[in-house]
Ligand binder design. Structure first.
Ligand SMILES: [Zn+2]
Length: 383
């Protein structure tokens, strides 16, 4: 019922009864409960064909919020959105994930409390749920990172419990690439039910939306494409193997090769700068990186048949060069049936993608039938 109301498909009691086949009295009881628990507003009278004009129902967005938290290797971004998905406020701070969970999450907690007190002017907002994206593999059912390579001290750390104990609402934790894929699909490509999100930065990963849902695989490791072997190359990789995509096209490896040729390049941002300055070596390297990404992507396209591939991450800032290489390889190697309607596009949400995606995770949880039922029957916060 709540989905019908929030999507605008059915916004009066009579329409809901018609759509669901439920008795008017049942619908009314349920709608009254949704109103009483702050999920729904009853507003102005809708046009009527006769009799008493029905009142229009809508998702209640005032008073409530969800938090979307994007924890990166060297930054954290905390955003508050209303449950309708509108961004209320966001803040980004530099932060070192290698400082460990207590330091990082303590900082996030303080930021979130500040935002909750100040968001939307005078009135503070009640949290419905929290979503968190982290730069490493996560077992989604428990929300715990599993051997995350760039997050020392975080293995199996109970991130959901950290937030649940302090804020009294459910917290969901996912890999950052998964929440970015979710954000791009829901916000920029709602008609593309099959979407891949490629993050090309220091490392390379892929978020998968299949049939409108994030596909995480059996243990949350789906989309870890950085260590797929490309061609017959033998570039050594940090994972111990050689010829991995990340060792050929990742920002860390590109920067290293630029340094070896005498240029100043600490990481992805320097590559973006050099390409912007028209440095021919950097331009050629990014194009080659795009072709290597495209080589792996062409296999993914044949296998998965997405409608849209979104390319994000720090190197997507030079998408003219990167995407030229990607497209070249994909259209040369993929099955024409799979590429017929395929779009390969740069990220549209940019730096907010992970925080918004984490918030969408929280909204979809908080407004799911199971959680709403729970809130209505237990009279408690929707944990
Ligand atoms: Zn590797």
């Amino acid at each position: 019922m709540l989905a019908l109301i929030s999507s605008g498909v059915a916004v009066t009691r009579a329409e809901i009864a018609r759509r669901t086949g439920l008795a008017r009295s049942t619908v009314s009881l349920r709608v009254d409960a949704l109103i009483a628990h702050g999920f729904v507003d009853e507003g102005a009278e809708a046009p009527s064909t006769g009799g008493r004009p029905p009142r229009r129902l809508s998702l209640r967005t005032r008073g409530y919020a969800v938090a979307g938290i994007d924890i990166g290797a060297s930054h954290c971004r905390v955003a508050l959105l209303d449950v309708g998905g509108a961004l209320l406020v966001a803040r980004e701070d530099p932060l070192t994930i290698a400082d460990g969970p207590e330091a990082v999450l303590g900082h996030v907690e303080r930021t979130l409390r500040t935002l909750l007190e100040t968001a939307g002017g005078a009135a503070s907002r009640t949290l419905r749920a929290i979503g968190v994206g982290v730069p490493g593999p996560v077992e989604f059912s428990t929300g715990r990172p599993v051997d995350p390579p760039i997050m020392p001290g975080w293995h199996h750390y109970a991130i959901p419990e950290f937030f649940e104990e302090r804020f009294g609402v459910r917290a969901l934790v996912d890999n950052d690439v998964n929440v970015m894929a979710l954000a791009e699909q829901r916000r920029a490509w709602p008609d593309a039910l099959h979407l891949l999100y490629l993050k090309v930065g220091t490392g390379i990963g892929c978020g998968i939306v299949a049939d409108g849902r994030v596909h995480r695989g059996a243990r949350g490791a789906a989309g870890d494409i950085g260590h797929i072997r490309v061609g017959e190359r033998d570039n050594p990789c940090r994972c111990g193997n050689s010829g991995c995509l990340e060792a050929i096209a990742g920002g860390a490896s590109l920067a290293q090769r630029l340094r070896e040729s005498g240029l100043e390049a600490a990481g992805s941002l320097d590559i973006v700068r050099l390409v912007g300055e028209g440095n021919s070596k950097a331009v050629r390297m990014v194009r080659e990186a795009g072709r290597a990404v495209g080589e792996v992507l062409s296999g993914l396209v044949n296998f998965f048949n997405p409608e849209t591939v979104v390319v994000g991450g720090a190197l997507a800032a030079v998408h003219d060069q990167l995407l030229a290489g990607v497209r070249e390889a994909v259209y040369r190697r993929s099955n024409p049936l799979a590429t017929h309607v395929l779009r390969i596009e740069p990220s549209r949400l940019g730096e907010n993608a992970a925080a918004i995606g984490a918030a969408i995770l929280a909204i979809e949880h908080a407004l799911s039938p199971a959680q709403v039922d729970r809130a209505l029957t237990t009279d408690a916060t929707a944990v």
